[in-house]
Design a protein around this ligand. Structure first.
Ligand code: MN
Length: 452
């Protein structure tokens, strides 16, 4: 399977041709990992950090497998036994609870650990008894952020989102003329990034009704944004841009990201410097980081409509064009307080696909972010921007689904929403599925709105 020329061309030593760790028939001795709909089968092996409620102590690194978590603080000696120098050096930060330190090590280290995990957790492994003693139930753990996130940058790669939001405000000129040339982004706020499950307080801000003076009040137009986040692995030195052909060497893995947005605050404040308080009050990420290596079987070409400008040379490589995108299914669900209280399930609001939604790839985002010399650092987080599909019902925000309040959205049980109410829980999900590959998922990213 040579699905991914992206990495073989011009990126020596970096992954992405599926190998033995992606074998769709491989099973784990952890039974729950073998369910057909499991997000975390043997072929995924995502990393996260957790604490055990009631036990205290520093966060530890875990690897999700089925419904369980392999506690790396205990599994490291088992996995490293008989391994080479690269593996033992790679396991050191993982045993010490330092996932950020592991992310900084780069692909050779990531691959060595992935191979050791894949062998150790595979059905028939001689290490089963020793590793089984390192398993904890996912449900008993409290997940925390995977690493210290120094900087967070949010992009705007969803062209259907950019077009439909643009149309709401500029019907005759929906897409700005720079969009197909520049990967648009802004520098976000890292301090308010929280993990799935944390409550999100409705922000106050300046609201301005037409023909009135602005006032300070709780946002009346609170929204979610369906995005993918990507964590930076090894950084680049200040002043030294990253070539697009090597851009993915600098990316460790991806998560789900909800870029909560106060649309009324945003509308009043965003000119001329872009969003500020409307976006910086909370960003929720899913706790498990799925490595780019795990996503190797799900690469997709970067498709541009005929007649669109070719990317400038620093944003183009043959590999990126052939396989720079990811074929990932995305979903937004809403669970209202009323539905929760009456025992009704959450309602799916929309579905889309990352490859169909995004105009720019992760590699292009890294190349663009650094082309002026900006240094990315290990643990930095990049957001894709809202990933809306081409059809109206595939929109990744309520702003679009509800046409800025003009067409309230049915959310089940006779309820409607134009924007989020207190008590609403927003749930993002994502998974990859393809003929000849084992399905893997990103888990979920969940947050409940609480009153201002
Ligand atoms: Mn966003």
């Amino acid at each position: 399977m040579t699905r991914n020329p992206a990495i073989t061309s011009g990126a020596p030593g970096v992954p992405c041709v599926p190998d033995d760790t992606h074998d769709p028939h491989a099973q784990s001795w952890v039974d729950s990992a073998n369910r057909a709909d499991a997000d975390f089968p043997l072929q995924n092996l995502p990393f996260g950090r957790f604490t055990q409620p009631g036990l205290g102590g520093e966060p530890r690194v875990g690897v999700a497998i089925g419904d369980e978590v392999l506690d790396m603080s205990r599994a490291v000696p088992v996995l490293g036994d008989g391994g080479g120098d690269v593996l033992r050096a790679a396991l050191r930060p993982l045993g010490a609870g330092d996932l950020g330190g592991f992310m900084a090590l780069g692909h050779d280290a990531w691959h060595a650990v992935r191979a050791a995990l894949s062998q150790g957790l595979r059905a028939g492994s001689a290490r089963q008894p020793a590793l089984a003693a390192c398993l904890l139930g996912q449900r008993e753990l409290r997940m925390v952020l995977p690493c210290q996130i120094g900087d967070y940058t949010d992009f705007y790669t969803g062209i259907h989102h950019a077009t439909s939001v643009g149309r709401l405000f500029r019907p005759d000129n929906p897409l700005m003329p720079n969009y197909k040339w520049v990967p648009i982004g802004y520098h976000g706020r890292a301090s308010s990034i929280v993990t799935s499950g944390a409550p999100v307080r409705r922000p106050r801000g300046q609201l301005r009704a037409p023909d009135q003076d602005p006032r300070l009040a709780p946002s009346q137009r609170l929204d979610y944004e369906l995005e993918i986040g990507a964590y930076v692995g090894p950084g680049n030195a200040l002043g030294e841009p990253v070539d697009i052909a090597r851009a993915e060497q600098h990316l460790f893995g991806v998560c789900l990201l909800n870029d909560w947005s106060a649309r009324d605050v945003q509308a009043w404040e965003y000119q001329p410097l872009g969003p500020f308080l409307s976006k910086n009050f909370a960003t929720t990420v899913s706790p498990w980081v799925v490595t780019l290596e795990a996503l190797a079987p799900f690469r997709a070409p970067l498709v541009r409509p005929a007649g669109d400008p070719a990317p400038l040379p620093y944003l183009h490589s043959a590999g990126n064009a052939a396989a720079g995108a990811f074929d990932l299914q995305l979903e937004v669900w809403l669970h209202t307080a009323r539905a929760r209280d009456s025992g009704e399930p959450a309602q799916c609001l929309s579905r889309s696909n990352w490859a169909q939604a995004a105009y720019w790839t992760l590699a292009q985002l890294v190349a663009h972010h650094t082309v002026g010399g900006c240094n990315l650092q290990p643990g930095d987080l990049l957001g894709t921007g809202t990933l809306s599909g081409p059809l109206p019902e595939q929109a990744g925000s309520l702003l679009e689904l509800g046409q800025a309040g003009r067409q309230p959205v049915a959310v089940g049980g006779g309820e409607q929403r134009s924007f989020l109410l207190d008590g609403d829980t927003v749930i993002l999900r994502a998974w990859a599925e393809r003929e000849g590959a084992r399905r893997i998922g990103l888990g979920e990213c969940r947050g409940t709105v609480v009153a201002a």
